[in-house]
Write a protein that binds this ligand. Sequence first.
Ligand code: NAP
Ligand code: 8YV
Length: 313
Amino acid sequence: MSTQDHIIIVNQFHPETLERLDSNYQTHHLWKLRHPEKNQLLESLEGHCRVAATASWMCDPIIYRLRSLELIAAFGVGVDGVDLETTQNLNIRVTNTPGVLDDGVADLAMALILATMRNIVAANKFSRDGQWSEGPFPFGTSMAGKTLGIAGLGRIGSAIALRAEPFKMSIAYHNRQPRRLPYTFCESLEDLARISDVLVCVLPGGDETDNLINASVLKELGPSGILVNVGRGNSIDDDALIDSLRSGSIKAAGLDVYKNEPQIPDAYKTLDNVILLPHIGSATEETRRAMGHLVLDNIEAFLQSGTLISEVK
Ligand code: NAP
Ligand code: 8YV
């Protein structure tokens, strides 16, 4: 391994991975600089820096100015932070971290499904506030016999389906293309919502998925329906979801992701029937470490042989 290779660290992501990058390469932390200094750094690296590492959900477009840049190694699977049209035009290759986070994100989706169906957060408060002595906690909803609809049945969606099966849930899904799986395929999100008791969104970010979970999908989900989002916040029409939760036209929601993170629309915080998590789907020690390994392995493979382990195509 060469410690002579220069790597731009675009932003702050996983501290342990950043430490490994710092010890393996000559790193340049772009995020620590102000704008004029960023330009100076890029000029000084021109011609002898080929690699940048970034969080997958955000990047700094200034790096596209570095003409010698050949690889952006992203920490995360959803590369909505990287401008893939620009990287393609500039012949910059992009890697992400697929697969290694499926279990972590699927576990969190199950936690949100259970927490919303059994109203776990409110039950905890109920116990602590001494309300039990005044009467029993309201009943929740059983998972067995219910239908879990998965919007975006890819790697993570499949891991969620595998977990939901032993809970005796039936699985239905919507993708652009049906897959060879023993689950019910729905041509549209409305069709999926209509037959779902719980609708889990695992759609990727980007223009194509903007506001796909809208008022008409939520209407089909209906007053006993639950929405969980562990994909990207842009897929949800927030106004429509807030209206639906407020009016009871859906029962509850569990959200891990939002449009303008780390901002969460204040209206959600006024509602008792929504659980709000701070984008922690992949946030376990083990998962984040595995993501970091894949970032480093991609960079090392590229520098050694020009190959990549997980290239975004
Ligand atoms: P994946 O394997 O590519 O699965 C995405 C699925 O979505 C595919 O099956 C795809 O099927 C479907 N899809 C894509 N665009 C669609 C559209 N416009 N309409 C309907 N279906 C569409 O990706 P993954 O690894 O499961 O990751 C999914 C997303 O989860 C990531 O992109 C990221 O945004 C999010 N994520 C969140 C966390 C978290 O911490 N909460 C962690 C990791 C990832 P078709 O191609 O057939 O449409
Ligand atoms: C992380 C994610 O929160 O992989 C993704 O797409 O959203 C999450 O794993 C993020 O990548 C951390 O930088």
